[in-house]
Design a protein around this ligand. Structure first.
Ligand code: ATP
Ligand code: MG
Length: 434
């Protein structure tokens, strides 16, 4: 009886070579642009103590209450697969005393994140982010620079039709006043909706953090959200000034944005500046990137007071958009095709083909060969499918004569070459020096 086929876990997916090439290219562009802004790469662990996220992201957030992959390891510690990178980067910043270096610490990281969400297009349980964080100042010029870098990157990979939504969600002084007013409003609204209007967990969530209601994607809540008081009516002088200054910097830099006083983010650590980049081409999961300031997080994690700001780009959604645009990154699919394919007939030719392949690869050429033998015809078919420009044929005659037969596929003509000179010849043809 045939064994049952094993499949990947729901909500995760394989990135096959052709798509992986576009991923690498997007990462390469990010590295290049981020380096110009002074960012260094940091690689943080894929799992951390659960407490890092519950303390950092916030006990009552959707991520912490519903979406984390948490388990007890064999030593009895509670471990969580990272749902995002900011908390880990701040932990690393504190643990490695990166604050001791002068100036702003600029760090970026790429990799998988894990959230137990309902899988759908653009929403996975393992997804990937490009994450950038700048720690060490509350100067709105840093907010502007971070946004410049983000938009430069999104443009460089060929995205268009984007909208940058910008808001200031208040600070420790004015946000609580706003939250209280919003809570009162929402309580009244729920009372007005009658008994069955809201389920208990939603009412509970409103009590715990009324701001989160504004993030609700439920169409039934849209009306209430549109009437709800917004933060801009509650900003203190500092918050108002921070946003105004940031907007002036963005105007001067030619970055388009939309001030959206209803924009909130699903993580508790944000303060002052928050932003989101959405695309009209993404459907329901339309956010490509989210970010904002988190001036209290490093201190919350036991470090010195360190104002900071960062963003995270969702790779799957980014790549979905570049696919739609038919644009970069990555140029042509299969932009690193095999150049030389070796066909070998007979035992000694097969052995020699391994040596020859190594020799040509050592000279920088992309080389493949057949495995498992087969007739000339079947091997040539495989050679043809590989897309290689040159096919080398090795048979017993060639081996004993110290030659190889070389076929240039486009010309379908075959010539005999000295075995010793074939490397030089192919390099001259495939890597002509300018
Ligand atoms: P959303 O509102 O779509 O749930 P979010 O606010 O939870 O997004 P962030 O935590 O800010 O997202 O993460 C930044 C980016 O990571 C998002 O803008 C999105 O592009 C991507 N992202 C977040 N969750 C997922 C997921 N489950 N699958 C794929 N991409 C995701
Ligand atoms: Mg989410």
């Amino acid at each position: 009886m045939a064994r049952q086929k094993l499949t990947a876990v729901r909500g995760v997916k394989d990135i096959l070579p052709e798509e992986a090439r576009r991923w690498s290219e997007a990462e390469r562009v990010a590295r290049e642009i981020f380096a110009r802004y002074g960012y260094g790469e940091i690689r943080v662990p894929a799992f951390e103590r659960t407490e890092l996220f519950s303390r950092g992201i916030g006990e009552g957030t959707d991520i912490v209450t519903k979406e984390m992959y948490t388990f007890e390891d064999k030593g009895g510690d509670s471990i969580t697969l990272r749902p995002e990178a900011t908390a880990s980067i701040c932990r690393a910043y504190v643990q490695n005393s990166l604050y001791a270096q002068a100036g702003v610490a600029k760090l970026f990281c790429t990799g998988p994140m894990f959230r137990y969400e309902r899988p759908q297009a653009g929403r996975y349980r393992q997804f990937h982010q490009i994450d950038a964080e700048a720690l060490g100042t509350d100067d709105p010029a840093l907010d502007a620079e971070v946004i410049f870098m983000l938009m430069e990157f999104l443009e460089a990979v060929g995205l268009s039709g984007l909208s940058l939504q910008l808001n200031n969600i208040g600070d420790a002084e004015c946000r609580p006043v706003y939250a209280a007013a919003l809570l009162e409003f929402l309580r009244e609204e729920t009372a007005g909706m009658g008994t069955g209007g809201m389920d208990e967990s939603l009412a509970e969530r409103i009590e715990r953090n009324p701001l989160r209601f504004l993030d609700s994607k439920d169409p039934a809540h849209a009306g209430i959200i549109s009437r709800a008081p917004t933060i801009d009516q509650f900003w203190n002088e500092r918050c108002r000034r921070h946003l105004d200054t940031l907007c002036r910097h963005l105007d001067r830099g030619g970055v388009h944005y939309e001030r959206n006083p209803a924009l909130v983010r699903g993580l508790d650590y944000y303060c002052l500046t928050v932003f989101e980049v959405t695309s009209e081409n993404l459907g329901a999961q339309n956010a490509v990137c989210g970010g904002g300031r988190y001036d209290g997080l490093v201190e919350e994690l036991g470090g010195p007071p360190t104002p900071a700001i960062g963003f995270a780009i969702g790779m799957e959604r980014l790549l979905q958009l570049t696919e739609k645009a038919g644009a970069g990154p990555g140029g042509e699919p299969g932009d690193q095709p095999i150049e030389v394919f070796i066909v070998a007939l007979g035992e000694s030719a097969e052995a020699e083909s391994l040596t020859l392949a190594s020799e040509l690869r050592g000279r920088g050429l992309r080389v493949d060969r057949t495995f498992g033998g087969g007739s000339m015809k079947s091997q040539m078919k495989r050679a043809d499918r590989s897309g290689a420009r040159y096919v080398i044929v090795l048979g017993e005659d060639e081996i004993s004569g110290g030659v190889v037969s070389l076929r240039e596929m486009a010309e379908s003509r075959q010539e005999s070459f000295e075995r010793a000179g074939i490397g030089d010849y192919l390099c001259a043809r495939l890597r002509p020096s300018p």
